[in-house]
Design a protein around this ligand. Structure first.
Ligand SMILES: NC(=O)c1ccc[n+]([C@@H]2O[C@H](COP(=O)([O-])OP(=O)(O)OC[C@H]3O[C@@H](n4cnc5c(N)ncnc54)[C@H](OP(=O)(O)O)[C@@H]3O)[C@@H](O)[C@H]2O)c1
Length: 288
């Protein structure tokens, strides 16, 4: 793909005790979040960020940290990166990945592309030795994400540790025993933020029905979910205990929870939603 080179290659990894670079391919929403997290953690001088369409303001900020910002895979000539994070859209992976096949022979490959099986990545990358598939989620953009990762048997403990460190730049990391579990992860934490946003919308709509103005309804709903999430983040209590602690017998919360929990209504809806998303993940994987 054509694009202008934003920084000359000689600027790559300029530190005297240069370690092998870490490459991020695709510096959009998620690749950009990873890159920003890594810069904040001091990895700037080891980063090569490749994206033909990176915003010039982002490029300037990255280069300031010591990272090299490049337009295409030609930047890889003669380099032996330690890891390559593939963060382009899944539908582009087939055309983008082959340009990294040579480097992939000696590098750890970390793909965050949704629904793109390792089998396909192997095909496009010419059977790399070490590959990790990870699924981050949207709060990664503020460093509060959670990524689930699966490592192929060809990865070393040091490579898994490196992947864990790189992904920690955008939040928590959990490891999976099987690649197929990534579809469930996508259905829970990948798509999950959308479920929470819907909850905010629905709560605001319900507030308006009770006569509150649209503005106040939106603020109440948004701040409630935001505050509850922030509380969850800092308390050692589990969600059920928290829920029980605000539910007085015969009170208002109990009246509402009887509606939400009666006949397992909310639980059934979420189960069906997660089942549908997981099934869709398996379907999509067949097309990639
Ligand atoms: N966003 C999420 O919440 C999320 C969550 C989990 C996983 N993911 C995964 O993360 C990946 C990226 O998603 P995203 O939302 O960050 O997409 P995005 O914002 O579109 O970022 C992808 C970037 O890659 C660039 N690109 C296109 N061709 C390229 C090439 N040949 N070399 C290098 N870069 C190239 C794109 O440029 P153009 O815009 O010009 O094409 C864009 O800037 C996807 O595979 C997705 O499944 C995303």
């Amino acid at each position: 793909m054509p694009g202008k080179r934003l920084k000359p290659k000689k600027a790559v990894n300029p530190s005297a005790d240069a370690k092998r670079p870490i490459v991020v391919v695709g510096v959009g929403h998620m690749g950009g979040a990873i890159a920003r997290g890594l810069v904040a953690a001091g990895w700037g001088p080891r980063l090569i960020l490749i994206d033909p369409a990176i915003k010039s303001t982002d490029a300037r900020a990255f280069t300031k940290s010591g990272a090299a910002v490049e337009a295409d895979a030609a930047a890889m000539d003669g380099l032996t990166p330690e890891a390559i994070v593939l963060a382009v859209k899944p539908q582009l992976m087939r055309t983008v990945a082959p340009a990294y096949a040579a480097a992939a022979r000696k590098a750890l490959i970390i793909s965050i592309a949704a629904g793109t099986p390792i089998e396909s990545l192997n095909l496009w990358l010419g059977e790399p030795r070490a590959i990790i598939r990870a699924m981050p989620n949207l709060p990664a953009s503020i460093g509060k994400g959670i990524s689930a990762a699966y490592a192929t048997p060809g990865t070393t403990a040091a490579q898994r540790k490196l992947a864990g460190t790189l992904l920690a730049a955008i939040g928590d990391v959990v490891w999976l025993d099987g690649e197929e579990l990534l579809n469930a992860v996508t259905a829970v934490s990948g798509s999950g933020p959308a479920y929470v946003f819907l909850l905010v919308e629905a709560l605001a709509a319900a507030a308006e029905r009770q006569g509150l103005s649209a503005d106040i309804a939106k603020r109440l709903a948004r701040k409630t979910i935001e505050g509850a999430g922030a509380l969850l983040a800092v308390t050692p209590m589990d969600p059920a205990t928290l829920r029980q602690s605000v539910t007085s017998p015969g009170g208002t919360t109990e009246a509402a929870l009887k509606v939400l929990m009666g006949d397992g209504r909310l639980e059934t809806m979420l189960k069906e939603a997660v089942d549908a998303a997981t099934a869709r993940g398996f379907e999509l994987a067949k097309t990639r």
